[in-house]
Ligand binder design. Structure first.
Ligand SMILES: *[C@@H]1O[C@H](CO)[C@@H](O)[C@H](O)[C@H]1NC(C)=O
Ligand SMILES: *[C@@H]1O[C@H](CO)[C@@H](O)[C@H](O)[C@H]1NC(C)=O
Length: 395
């Protein structure tokens, strides 16, 4: 814009100066003053024009230099193109940047919308959405980068971190600009389920996401991408742990106040780390029946993230659940937290034995592959894992 202004000014000088010189000698004084008046008028109009352009330029530059509190461009999947005309494209193209300006009620409402016709009027390649729940950093990012490499178009990534966390991934990273608007999370409280619902909602905004996997910053993949994609996409069930457990840590966490919405026999427990298909993901984000009950009655030592989704989904969708998680965790040491593995634990034998930890059911048949992810790993485990990944994990 600056360049244009300069050009315009030079143009004025050239056009005005040359006829002035040539005509001075031949023409009368009156004509000369008329000319002068015309030139002055033209000059006035131009000055006015330039100042208007200038003011706009300054305004424009100011807007560009606003601190990046939240991107001003909306990432809502809009129904309209820039002419205000409804287009299919605007429904099916995922936002480039996962940031948006919706609050939770707006986001959940938007995410709960689903097409009901079974046939898609476009080529839809179903994607596997990876939802990372972390305080901020992703110590295993280099391992995940290796895992995702070459599988573009088959996955999406969403990260929920503490609200004030600023990630510094470069443009070439799969995690670049994948942090969603977030809120603080307290371990074992409803804010944890809120974060999980927020992740699901953000992922649901991309119509191509078909399966949704929740992982933490201390999780690692145990197989190559293609294997995991095949295992999840060919499964007739979603991998949500959901069991009816006796004792204080199971049925003991149930409260009578949850009736009539939830009875003791409907109470379920399962791992926080799940994989669900799109239908169940929508079921979770649309729920307004069970949410208030869990929020009011399931407080520590009732860890709501172990009960809310497993109980809710087993009520209406029990036939869709595998009742087991895909994420291996070592609880053998006892206590409220599972074992953490560090550098010294990572050997070929250790990694090879993990996925076959026990037999399980897959599409109603016995399978030796029960786990696709594992936790918890300390950041020091990254180095040996990167070395062993090609040989042992297959990526
Ligand atoms: C979101 O914003 C709307 C409109 O301002 C408001 O009515 C609603 O209560 C907000 N919801 C939350 C969870 O803040
Ligand atoms: C999961 O458990 C429910 C009972 O809650 C049962 O009906 C369903 O068949 C189980 N799923 C599998 C795959 O065994």
């Amino acid at each position: 814009m600056k360049a244009m202004v300069v050009e315009m000014e030079e143009g004025v000088k050239d056009n005005a100066a040359s006829p002035l010189k040539s005509r001075l000698t031949n023409q009368s004084r009156a004509l000369f003053s008329m000319r002068l008046l015309q030139i002055l008028l033209l000059f006035l109009v131009l000055t006015l024009g330039i100042s208007v352009v200038g003011i706009h330029t300054i305004k424009f530059l100011r807007i560009q230099h606003l601190p990046p509190v939240a991107p001003t461009t909306t990432t809502l999947i809009s129904n309209y193109d820039h002419h205000g005309t409804v287009t299919l494209e605007s429904f099916i193209k995922p936002p480039l940047n996962v940031w948006h300006t919706m609050n939770d009620s707006e986001l959940l409402w938007r995410a709960s919308m689903e097409p009901r016709r079974i046939v898609y009027p476009f080529k839809r390649v179903p994607k596997l959405a990876f939802m990372f729940l972390t305080k901020g950093p992703l110590p295993f990012a280099p391992l995940w980068e290796m895992f995702f490499k070459g599988h573009e178009g088959l996955y999406s990534i969403y990260v929920h971190a503490l609200p004030d966390y600023r990630s510094d991934f470069s443009r070439s990273s799969v995690f670049y600009k994948r942090y969603v608007p977030s809120q603080a999370v307290a371990w074992g409280e409803m804010s944890m389920c809120d974060a999980e619902r927020r992740l699901l909602s953000n992922a649901l905004l991309d119509i191509s996401n078909e399966w949704f996997v929740l992982v933490s910053e201390s999780c690692i993949p145990l197989r190559g991408f293609s294997f995991i994609y095949g295992y999840v996409s060919e499964s007739r069930h979603s991998f949500m742990g959901s069991i009816d457990e006796e004792g204080p840590d199971g049925r003991g966490r149930y409260r009578d106040g949850m009736e009539p919405e939830i009875s003791l026999s409907q109470w379920r427990k399962g791992s926080q780390w799940f994989e669900v298909n799109r239908k169940l993901a929508v079921e979770i984000v649309q729920d307004t029946t069970y949410y208030p009950k869990f929020k009011e009655f399931c407080k520590p030592p009732c860890y709501v993230d172990e009960h809310y989704f497993p109980t809710m989904l087993s009520m209406k969708h029990r036939v869709s659940l595998a009742n087991r998680t895909l994420t291996w965790t070592d609880w053998s040491r006892g206590g409220a937290h599972p074992a953490t593995f560090d550098k010294a634990d990572i050997t070929e034998t250790f990694l090879k034995n993990l996925p076959e930890a026990k037999a399980c059911s897959y599409n109603d048949e016995r399978s030796q592959v029960c786990y696709l992810f594992a936790r918890k790993f300390a950041p020091s485990a990254l180095e040996p894992l990167l070395q062993l990944a090609p040989k042992v994990l297959g990526f």
